[in-house]
Design a protein around this ligand. Structure first.
Ligand code: CTP
Length: 420
């Protein structure tokens, strides 16, 4: 945690760079002339205070964001983009895109409902947020540029390394915050503050996830899977009963525990495959429905379940061609998930070789070249390509001229060409 007695300008210079800092100064001056206070807020300020580069800039205007965006575009020869219905507006200046939001407050008609949003002051905007560490702002207006606004003890919690909600109903209002709390805690190496932990447990036990739509839950799970080390928040979520709260049969997640100490994959969908790997087909379909999984995600979890009963055959087969027949139609994320969960078993070794080697084995002749060699147009082209690949996989041929020779032999095979 950095000492900010001198304001945040030095930190902004270090992490945002001089050109971005100069641009924020210019926009701050324009905002000041218009009489609208202008701030950097939320995660960007949290990250700066932790001496990290923010992922993006969250900018808030105490006034009309669209008017500021068009004034900035006019004065700095930029381009104002269309305004969203949520009071945000964007402007592109010298290749930089700035997303400006009007300060707003939210009220929830019932738990989990999308909030009703109305324009407000910065202080109300900060007060509606999830955790104290996300409630700080830095003034960007001309006269106060770089001054920190910290109304909820955000600095103290950054120092104490705590994730703390602002009010006891926070997780009831918005249960997606349960996953967010775990994400920040594990990403930053923080701890859930005691009351926050208690309220989180109550919200999970009280079925608060049931108030949230599948799409919102999936988006939040996606953010968690995109973390640099998703295993940490996933294990924590399992330990707190949060995965069970999300969808009861996820309870236990035996696959997840088998990943501890294993190589950590870069592909976030491998983790999705792992958490669903023990589900029955019926449970899996209900999971897909509950989180309204995209077709790609649904394919990954379905393939993970389909591969499970084939693992014995994967382990025992001595044929690379048969192995490829089993695996070629499955998503690589599913295959990778089983590779990791299987540890050092025979099946794991086969799956590993498939992913590293066999799946890339392809004939060097193209379909067009096969036609030129006399293969009749139509399904025979695909059949010959498949034979060439099998021969390559079995090591019977190793180069292009051997492929050409094999094509010649296959053309004499009436069962393949349908001739003769
Ligand atoms: N926020 C909130 N409740 C939510 C989602 C978001 O209060 N359910 C607030 C938080 O103050 C957060 C801000 O909206 O800082 C922006 O959300 P997001 O971009 O998701 O958060 P960042 O803090 O920028 O997170 P990250 O570091 O993961 O990008």
């Amino acid at each position: 945690m950095v000492n900010v007695a001198a304001g945040l300008s030095p930190l902004m210079r270090r992490h945002l760079g001089e050109p971005t800092l100069a641009l924020l100064h210019q926009v701050g001056q324009i905002a000041s002339r218009m009489g609208v206070p202008f701030y950097l807020v939320g995660g960007s300020v949290r990250d700066l205070l932790l001496d990290h580069a923010p992922k993006d800039l969250d900018l808030v205007v105490e006034g009309d964001a669209a008017m500021l965006a068009s004034e900035v575009a006019r004065r700095l020869s930029g381009q104002a983009l269309t305004v969203s219905q949520f009071g945000t507006a964007s402007v592109i200046v010298e290749g930089n895109r700035l997303d400006l939001a009007s300060a707003r407050k939210e009220t929830y008609a019932r738990p989990g409902a999308l909030p009703r949003v109305v324009a407000s002051t910065l202080l109300e905007d900060l007060g509606r947020r999830d955790f104290t560490i996300n409630t700080m702002a830095v003034a960007l207006s001309w006269s106060s540029f770089g001054t920190l606004v910290d109304m909820h003890g955000g600095q103290a919690d950054l120092r104490g390394r705590l994730v703390r909600i602002l009010h006891p109903r926070s997780f009831v209002d918005d249960a997606t915050r349960i996953l967010r709390a775990i994400r920040y805690e594990q990403r930053l190496g923080f701890r859930l503050e005691d009351e926050t932990s208690l309220r989180l447990g109550e919200a999970v036990a009280g079925g608060m996830f049931d108030t949230i739509s599948g799409d919102r839950l999936r988006r939040e799970l996606d953010l968690l899977l995109q973390e640099e080390e998703p295993l940490k928040p996933l294990l924590r979520a399992a330990g707190l009963g949060v995965l069970r709260g999300l969808y009861a049969p996820l309870d236990g997640v035996p696959g997840l525990h088998r990943l501890v100490g294993a190589e950590q994959p870069d592909d976030p969908l491998v983790y999705l495959a792992v958490i669903a790997s023990h589900l029955t087909t019926k449970e899996n379909e209900a999971f897909i429905k509950r989180l309204n999984l995209t077709s790609r995600w649904a394919q990954v979890v379905r393939d993970t379940i389909s591969l499970r009963p084939l693992l014995g055959e994967v382990a025992s087969t001595t044929s690379v061609v048969q192995l490829c027949h089993m695996l070629d139609c499955l998503s690589h994320s599913a295959v990778k998930a089983h590779t990791l969960m299987e540890g050092k078993s025979a099946a794991s070794e086969k799956l590993r070789r498939y992913l590293a080697e066999y799946r890339y084995v392809k004939p060097s002749l193209s379909g067009r070249e096969l036609l030129a060699l006399g293969v009749p147009q139509g399904p025979t082209v695909g059949a010959v390509l498949a034979r060439l690949r099998e021969a390559r996989l079995e090591g019977r041929i190793a180069n292009r001229s051997e492929e050409v020779a094999l094509v010649g032999a296959l053309l004499k095979d009436p069962s393949l060409t349908g001739t003769g």
